[in-house]
Write a protein that binds this ligand. Sequence first.
Ligand code: AMP
Length: 222
Amino acid sequence: MNLILLGPPGAGKGTQAKRLEERHGLIQLSTGDMLRAERASSSPLGKKVQAVIDSGQLVSDEIMVDLIASRIDRLPKGKGFILDGFPRTQPQAEALDAMLGRKGLKLDLVIEMRVDEAALIDRIAGRFSCATCGASYHDIHNRPRQDGVCDICGGRDFARRPDDRPGTIKARLNTYRELTAPILPYYRAKGVLRTVDGMAPIEQVAAQIEAILETQGAASNG
Ligand code: AMP
């Protein structure tokens, strides 16, 4: 099963992608995480994209398509993937189709996580993650069970993304509206688009996604 989670920043794509990894053995391909890793290692690519990420704009299609192609090439045979943060533009969506076609892979589902934009600023501004294992948390909606200690790895260092500041969040939401949301009709026309209510609590969103995967599984088995 190969799928895309599509939605604005703060819709919960990363959180749901991690659950799908655990539950279904799929591999999360998060382009944001890839770029942050490049940046943390001060690679030439990391240096090149730093200012773009911090301003809430998009990195060029060419760079992103190359980056994702190299990851898809390295996927273990037979493993499905969840794309989180890619594609974000129409040229990226078309390049993905061409790439998958060349590799004989199929895109099974695009799950749109629909959210109320007004709520997103609060959601994003409150989020933080474990600096050791990357587990994500939120000041209000998803706190660690014990304050200051990661539920997953016991780490005590937490980090906030520099682009999660209110000013940059607005720019990222505009970018989503102008460049990414317009690719939804492309996937609707292909018959692979499903929508979940991303405003629901994390568990309920996960249940909606499971229900979609079950229908999909039943359809492809019979
Ligand atoms: P994310 O973690 O998905 O919110 O991504 C963080 C930032 O990385 C975005 O605001 C963009 O600057 C950049 N980025 C991630 N994925 C893409 C993509 N597919 N195309 C262009 N820029 C991207």
